[in-house]
Design a protein around this ligand. Sequence first.
Ligand code: NDP
Ligand code: GDR
Length: 348
Amino acid sequence: MGKKALITGITGQDGSYLAELLLSKGYEVHGIVRRASSFNTGRIDHIYSDPHDPQAKMFLHYGDLADCEQISNIIYNEKPDEVYHLGAQSHVRVSFDTPEYTGNVTGLGSTRILESIRKNNNVIKFYQASSSEMFGAANPPQDENTEFIPRSPYACAKLYAYWMVRNYREGYNLFASNGILFNHESPRRGETFVTRKVTRGIASIIAGKQKYLYMGNLDARRDWGFAPEYVEGMWRILQHDKSDDFVIATGETHSVKEFLEKAFSYVGKDMEDYVKIDPKYFRPTEVEVLIGNSEKSQRELGWKPQITFSDLVKIMVDADMREAGLEVVGEGDEIIQKKFPDKWWKGD
Ligand code: NDP
Ligand code: GDR
């Protein structure tokens, strides 16, 4: 019999790729979905089948990370082998507007699940979606031993969850691991995160629907990787022989300005003609530079990224041009074909 996994945040960027990866490995996948007034399952519709179908391998359950009862019921009823906890209020800028909510969902949400596992069946393996944001103002490059200097309510909430994972691992012997992932992007990235905002904005400008792109701090530097490779890192973390904490990153850093320059020049345009600054996108406290050192993951998990910064820009611009019905440059498509001959995700 294949394994059973539960994914919180299955409707998000990472949840959708991870569900697809686990299905390709023969898992039965269960996911928690929030009730919304309109459909919020767009990223997983292509892998969903009617649960009455005897071949169905993916099942969705309504639930909310703010509601302990329901999470506990799902864990008790399904008894998964592995829980990948990816659900969160994940937007850093928004966390300054909703600090209490972010603490409840992004921070306490992890405790609710850890408690459910401890009470129900403490052999379930637990993955926590920890973040490079926890390093905040710490000097780069950052690795598993770097100090944490969080710079946002989001980062503070993630840091609380990170320590709860370590506490449950040490106190109750739970197989609970932190994947400290640096920024990772894809054509499925949420539209308000900077990379997707840029690539979608470019397609919209070329389609004549938008004149300018209004941005915040262009000097911030990030270590940007490719989401499908990062969800594979999550899976490897839970297959490791012991629970531990791992950094997943490319080791390359680039500024938001460099991302803009590269993306605009890929479609033959100059960013200076289109980009304007709107201070509303500035953050009260900013994380200036992130560069991850993922040597431990490379050594112990055999994880290594293939997609470079330049590849990522091309993949994302191609996808947004296609979505807007425009002619695609095509280098991004070629990179995917060349680097992933056994590609396990569909579409983008
Ligand atoms: P997304 O924002 O794309 O997805 C977040 C998911 O959480 C969505 O499925 C969302 O549901 C769900 N969610 C939000 N609030 C609740 C709630 N109250 N109850 C139940 N579900 C909820 O994030 P990513 O896929 O990019 O990231 C996955 C995880 O990894 C997050 O925890 C994020 O903080 C963390 N992370 C992400 C990194 C990145 O670069 N992408 C880097 C490091 C960590 P809905 O679709 O309904 O909104
Ligand atoms: P981040 O990602 O905050 O690193 O968190 P985001 O893409 O939002 O910002 C990256 C950097 O770009 C700057 N920036 C802008 N950001 C947005 N969103 N919109 C803008 O217009 C803009 N202009 C400049 C930001 O100031 C920032 O410095 C992401 C999330 O996925 C988290 O959940 C995850 O934990 C971290 O990555 C690692």
